[in-house]
Design a protein around this ligand. Structure first.
Ligand code: 3EB
Length: 347
């Protein structure tokens, strides 16, 4: 099969059971402040990110779709304990939304922690049951990410639940973990989308940064469970997923209060991850200008600065979607993630 990724679609092609499009669609994400209506319940996995798109020139309700398709391999769907998914023989994409109010009363005192653990337990159990056990890339969003609840910042609560689920399902929580991002949105519940499959991904770390799963306790009782990037080989393709990348050197935030400094530091980290990935990749080296980017900006007013720096340093033509969102440390102002895809010559 060929897995294709279409970022930045202004609408979803009308899908019907008879259409090829329907059989080949795995799922995706819709982004925009008006996307809740657009993302009304469907029988296929669509993660709705109710967040402002920055600098968007689109009309049509100002929402963007990013969709995953399979060419030459039919998709089948289902739902498992609230996880909506579609799969081919080799790949699975799914979405789970959990309202933390449904996790009350909470044994831990942190309903969000319990919601995160429940979500990840279901995802990992589903992957095992479908015999597509490898989790490649996860997109995590939660409300009030930097707020404190019952004595602990909510992002840190989330990290405990995520970590506990990996351990409970017998998975490694350090090394071999998926690429990811974790952002705060003003609206919506905890929502997690994931992509995984039959073959393991190769995890990539950043020599400029301490691996997140080894962050010291000062960032919370349990470390974040993600790799800086992963490479995924399919029969005829190679994918690169670069996790949310921020202005962190070692384990410390650098350039607090300086959005230009943070953008450049994030780009330096991205370049370092890219170089590391290219040492391990099996196709041609991935180039910065060929990647698709999603950039999260905490303060909408910083958007022009971030946009101009990215255009200057990467390439004005690169595919970039800017979203206003809260980054998981209060002192971080910007986070950049990227995805690349190569056809493999040898196949
Ligand atoms: C960092 O490097 C910034 O918790 O899944 C980036 C990517 C970040 C993923 C996650 C968090 C996550 O620590 C934050």
């Amino acid at each position: 099969m060929i897995l294709t990724f279409s970022p930045g679609l202004p609408s979803v092609p009308a899908l019907s059971a008879e259409r090829d499009a329907d059989r080949s669609l795995l799922g995706g994400t819709v982004i925009g402040i008006d996307c809740q209506a657009a993302g009304a319940p469907r029988c296929w996995p669509l993660q709705a990110l109710v967040a402002p798109l920055l600098g968007s020139t689109l009309r049509t309700g100002n929402v963007l779709y990013e969709l995953w398709w399979s060419e030459g391999d039919e998709c089948l769907g289902g739902a498992y304990q609230g996880v909506v998914f579609r799969r081919t023989d080799d790949v699975i994409f799914g979405v789970v939304d959990i309202d933390e109010r449904d996790c009350m009363p909470s044994a831990s005192g942190w309903p969000l922690r319990d919601a995160a653990e429940a979500a990840y337990r279901r995802i990992l159990a589903l992957l095992d049951a479908q015999r597509l056990p490898f989790l490649w890339r996860v997109w995590n969003y939660l409300p009030d990410i930097n707020c404190e609840g019952n004595g602990l910042e909510r992002y840190r609560q989330f990290n405990i639940g995520r970590h506990e689920a990996f351990v409970a399902l017998g998975r490694a929580a350090t090394g071999g973990v998926p690429a990811a991002c974790a952002l705060g949105l003003r609206q919506g519940s905890l929502t997690i989308a994931f992509l995984g499959g039959r073959t393991p991904a190769r995890a990539i770390e950043n020599p400029r940064q301490l691996s997140a799963y080894y962050y010291p306790q000062e960032y919370g009782p349990r470390s974040p469970t993600f790799s800086r990037a992963v490479l995924v080989e399919l029969s005829a393709q190679e994918f690169l997923f670069i996790s949310g990348t921020a202005s962190i050197f070692g384990h410390r935030t650098v350039h607090p209060g300086d959005v230009a400094g943070q953008s450049l530091e994030a780009l330096a980290n991205l370049e370092a991850v890219l170089a590391e990935a290219n040492r391990h990749c099996h196709s041609a080296p991935f180039l910065p200008e060929e990647l698709c980017y999603r950039v999260y900006v905490r303060h909408a007013g910083d958007f022009p600065t971030v946009r101009d720096l990215l255009a200057e340093r990467v390439n004005a033509a690169a595919d970039v979607v800017f979203v206003q969102a809260d980054i998981c440390r209060l002192d971080l102002l910007v986070e950049i993630e990227a995805t690349g895809c190569h056809r493999r010559e040898s196949c």
